[in-house]
Design a protein around this ligand. Structure first.
Ligand SMILES: *[C@@H]1O[C@H](CO)[C@@H](O)[C@H](O)[C@H]1NC(C)=O
Ligand SMILES: *[C@@H]1O[C@H](CO)[C@@H](O)[C@H](O)[C@H]1NC(C)=O
Ligand SMILES: *[C@@H]1O[C@H](CO)[C@@H](O)[C@H](O)[C@H]1NC(C)=O
Ligand SMILES: *[C@@H]1O[C@H](CO)[C@@H](O)[C@H](O)[C@H]1NC(C)=O
Ligand SMILES: *[C@@H]1O[C@H](CO)[C@@H](O)[C@H](O)[C@H]1NC(C)=O
Ligand SMILES: *[C@@H]1O[C@H](CO)[C@@H](O)[C@H](O)[C@H]1NC(C)=O
Ligand SMILES: *[C@@H]1O[C@H](CO)[C@@H](O)[C@H](O)[C@H]1NC(C)=O
Ligand SMILES: *[C@@H]1O[C@H](CO)[C@@H](O)[C@H](O)[C@H]1NC(C)=O
Ligand SMILES: *[C@@H]1O[C@H](CO)[C@@H](O)[C@H](O)[C@H]1NC(C)=O
Length: 766
């Protein structure tokens, strides 16, 4: 912006601002102005004395407060006595003279004067036509009122008061009898009152009603008395004067015209408005405080807000439940909290939406609290329920009696594991820790807190009876401490199906050892006969121990090569004789169903459904055959008669063709006599009748004898060499390929194939 332009802009601002800032407002009264005369308030624009009223060039607002002889103050507007004035209504009340026309007894006729002139002399006053009445009092009276407008619109009206009988006069009733009232035209400013001479108080009337009266009076201030007719009370009581209401206005301009000259415009207060005179154009204007404001619009800041809420003069502006809130220029009626509606004139009703919100919030909070509480309660409940379930399982599985027993027998190395302990030991039963899997359960390898490596058997099913007897049976089984039997460390009873915790045996099963390699080449047998005999002997010792240790005898029920485990130095460890293989003591507990393993099952048991220690002997016979022949107990690929190793063996032996079946390797190692004696032992074990079979004790002794016999010519083999041979298995590759590793690691990587029929020797009939 360039300098000259700036100057022009500045000049414009000055020009524009000047009228607003310097513009004169209409004159305002001095503080010292008299505002009260006697008991009459004097609001501006009225005032007494110069500078105290609005100057209009005439007497409109100029008043004089004169003290009369009797000490009273009287307010005059020019020569007219003033009663009071109202800025809000724009009215001035003056005294109007009562005009009497009386009978003169002296003259015998009426007084001479019978008309009067009234000139307001001030154009800004108009006689209010609505509030005033032309009133005539008399008994034979007719009076006129006429406007004094010389130019035009001469107006005249009359009112007649008659008295048909004095008795008919009525107090308060001005309706033609002794009194007459009539309305006047609008805009009256100067008027004349006169009596019609034909109607006079001479004659009869004079006797009781000497005077007639005519006056322009405020209707509300006139109350007819019958005595007004008969006496001079009307004049005397009112001191010859009655109120008359005048309307005043400012100037002779309309509002729009007046606003054009700000220095003369009278409506100076804020929140005020200008109202044109109701008497028409050229009759001036009035100022009024805006709606909601009250006060004096002719004074600066004269209009102030009305506190409608506390205005005692008006009815409480809101409906009863509503709350009034004052605002500038108005008020608001608001419904109480939580309600809505029309607080001004209607009713406030409970707010549904707000209520809805509150309900919604309340309900939400409630629901959240409820959910939280429910969750907590559920968690506590679930925990308790879990604990209860655990307790119940524990009880159900005979854990209590077991527990009692364990307490009574000090030094019992049997542990009752908790579910958590076993979960921790197996990494929550991680799939990677599975070392054996069967139809009825899974075996996990794990490490207990004590650092003991264990095999944990987790079965899938258990019969009711099994569950009931489990604890008791466990107690018995746990006491078995034999070097050729897998040590049972403990169990977990607080689960649906009890879990068994065994010592971990690292080198797999005898089945794995014999049949580990699947190749058909049987020309190079690798397990020395002495090793085989040793394992057989150890197994027999274990079974013998089971049969003799307890009464009733513990029957393994599922003797087979996959249930004979091998530890580091290839010592046999009989496993999985299960908790339920205690021999039944009465008929009711007879085992009616044993899911033994095909190929090992005692035929007598199949017939009698009675599991005995001799059933184990039969099964052991099959194991012995497997060791001698390196063939599986059941070969489904073979022809019918060759399917079962036992039946095939018996057939071959019967035909004296034993050598055909024997593992070629051991035929080279061992004298045929020893082999034949071993075969003979197997044959005895496989006798159809259990009673014809030898006991496990006898079998063990015979094997011990054969062991010594077999060892004799060759002496003990080196352990490493034995291991190497063992690792190859039956019919394995040449030992020359063996590089001399420790078998322990290999064995530990092998899956231990537990029997799928663990401890199911006793099952309820279905
Ligand atoms: C009131 O007094 C003033 C002077 O004080 C006088 O001029 C005026 O005429 C008086 N008015 C009446 C009605 O007496
Ligand atoms: C009656 O008339 C006479 C003569 O005009 C007058 O002197 C007298 O004052 C009047 N009386 C009354 C009461 O007006
Ligand atoms: C009324 O009074 C004013 C001023 O005194 C005067 O000019 C006018 O002529 C009067 N009117 C009548 C009808 O007397
Ligand atoms: C007289 O009549 C004229 C014409 O109607 C009007 O303008 C004027 O205001 C009247 N004067 C009075 C005093 O009533
Ligand atoms: C009317 O009222 C006056 C007193 O104001 C009384 O003296 C008079 O008797 C009353 N007249 C009638 C008819 O009641
Ligand atoms: C009064 O009225 C009568 C007739 O009603 C009339 O003859 C008489 O002249 C009147 N008197 C006066 C003074 O007007
Ligand atoms: C209005 O009033 C002013 C004086 O205040 C006067 O000079 C003017 O003639 C009046 N106008 C009319 C139309 O009466
Ligand atoms: C405005 O009003 C003042 C005071 O009444 C007056 O002196 C002035 O002449 C008026 N101006 C106009 C333009 O009417
Ligand atoms: C002034 O305003 C009020 C309402 O705000 C209204 O009732 C009143 O009649 C107004 N007065 C005039 C003279 O217009």
């Amino acid at each position: 912006m360039h300098a000259p332009e700036k100057m022009i802009f500045a000049a414009l601002v000055v020009v524009l601002l000047f009228p607003a800032t310097v513009g004169a407002t209409a004159m305002q009264p001095a503080e010292t102005c008299l505002r009260r005369c006697g008991n009459i308030d004097i609001p501006y624009p009225f005032g007494v004395g110069s500078g105290c009223h609005l100057e209009t060039g005439d007497w409109t607002f100029s008043l004089s407060c004169n003290r009369t002889a009797d000490g009273r103050h009287r307010l005059y507007n020019y020569q007219i006595e003033v009663l009071d004035m109202s800025v809000r209504r724009g009215q001035l009340r003056i005294y109007s003279l009562i005009n009497p026309w009386c009978y003169n007894a002296t003259t015998g006729g009426m007084n001479s004067q019978n008309n009067w002139w009234y000139n307001m002399s001030i154009t800004n006053f108009r006689i209010n036509d609505a509030l005033n009445r032309f009133t005539v009092v008399g008994c034979n009276s007719l009076a006129y009122i006429r406007s004094l407008n010389e130019t035009a619109d001469r107006y005249m009206t009359g009112c007649m008061a008659m008295c048909p009988g004095v008795g008919r006069l009525e107090n308060g009733s001005c309706a033609g009898v002794g009194c007459c009232q009539t309305a006047i035209p609008s805009g009256l400013n100067a008027y004349q009152i006169s009596f019609e001479e034909k109607f006079n108080n001479t004659g009869d009337t004079a006797g009781f009603s000497p005077c007639s009266y005519a006056v322009l009076v405020e209707a509300a201030a006139f109350d007819f008395r019958t005595t007004y007719v008969t006496t001079d009370e009307f004049v005397v009581a009112n001191d010859r004067q009655v109120p008359l209401v005048l309307d005043w206005a400012i100037g002779n301009k309309t509002c729009d015209e007046a606003k054009g000259n700000a220095s003369a415009y009278a409506c100076v207060s804020g929140n005020s408005e200008c109202v044109d005179s109701k008497y028409g154009r050229g009759k001036g204007y009035l100022c009024n405080c805006s709606a909601g404001y009250d006060g004096n619009p002719y004074l600066l800041n004269g209009c102030h807000d009305i506190n409608e809420c506390e205005d005692k003069s008006v009815r409480y502006p809101c409906s009863v439940p509503g709350t009034c809130v004052n605002t500038m220029g108005g008020y608001n009626c608001v419904c109480p909290r939580k309600t809505s509606g029309n607080a001004y004139s209607g009713t406030c009703e409970e707010d549904k939406s707000q209520l809805g919100w509150q309900i919604a919030i309340g309900v939400s909070v409630g629901v959240i609290i409820l959910i939280a509480a429910a969750s907590c309660a559920y968690m506590v409940f679930a925990k308790r329920r879990l604990a209860k379930i655990k307790r119940e399982y524990f009880k159900q599985h005979g854990g209590l009696s077991l527990f009692d027993e364990m307490r009574s027998r000090q030094g019992l190395s049997f542990t009752l594991f908790t579910q958590e302990e076993l979960e921790e030991a197996t990494g929550r039963f991680d799939e990677r820790n599975v070392i054996g899997k069967g139809a009825n359960g899974t075996v996990y390898k794990g490490t207990t807190k004590d650092g003991e490596v264990v095999a944990i058997k987790k079965c899938r099913l258990a019969s009711e009876r099994q569950q009931k007897e489990f604890g008791k049976e466990m107690l018995i089984v746990s006491q078995i401490n034999h070097r050729y039997i897998v040590k049972l460390y403990g169990c977990c009873l607080e689960v649906e199906v009890p879990m068994l915790v065994y010592k971990y045996i690292p080198n797999g099963t005898l089945y794995g050892l014999i049949h580990g390699r699947r190749d058909r080449d049987r020309d190079v047998p690798r397990i020395p006969f002495t090793a085989r005999l040793k394992i057989a002997h150890q197994t027999a010792e274990a079974l013998s121990y089971l049969h003799s240790w307890a009464s009733p005898p513990i029957i393994h029920g599922d003797v087979k090569t996959s249930n004979i485990l091998l530890d580091q130095d290839y010592t046999a460890k009989v496993s999985d004789f299960g908790a339920s293989t205690l021999a039944p003591t009465d008929e009711a507990q007879f085992v009616t169903f044993v899911q033994g393993t095909c190929g090992y099952l005692d035929p007598e048991y199949m017939r009698t459904c009675k599991l005995t220690d001799k059933s184990d002997v039969y099964s052991f016979g099959v194991v012995l055959l497997e060791l001698l022949t390196c063939r599986k107990a059941l070969n489904l690929e073979e022809l019918e008669e060759e399917k079962y190793l036992s039946s095939q063996f018996l057939l071959v032996v019967g035909e004296n063709r034993l050598e055909e079946m024997l593992d070629p390797q051991i035929k080279d190692e061992t004298s045929i006599e020893v082999l034949e004696q071993a075969a003979e032992l197997a044959k005895q074990c496989l006798e159809m009748l259990g009673e014809n079979r030898p006991t496990m004790r006898e079998v063990a002794e015979e094997l011990d004898r054969l062991s010594k016999l077999a060892q004799h010519p060759w002496g003990r083999q080196e352990s490493a060499e034995l291991e190497a041979l063992l690792l190859r298995g039956c019919g394995s590759a040449s030992p020359t390929t063996y590089s001399g590793h420790s078998g322990i690691q290999l064995g530990s990587t092998r899956n231990i194939s537990f029997s799928d029929t663990a401890y199911i020797g006793i099952k309820s009939p279905r």
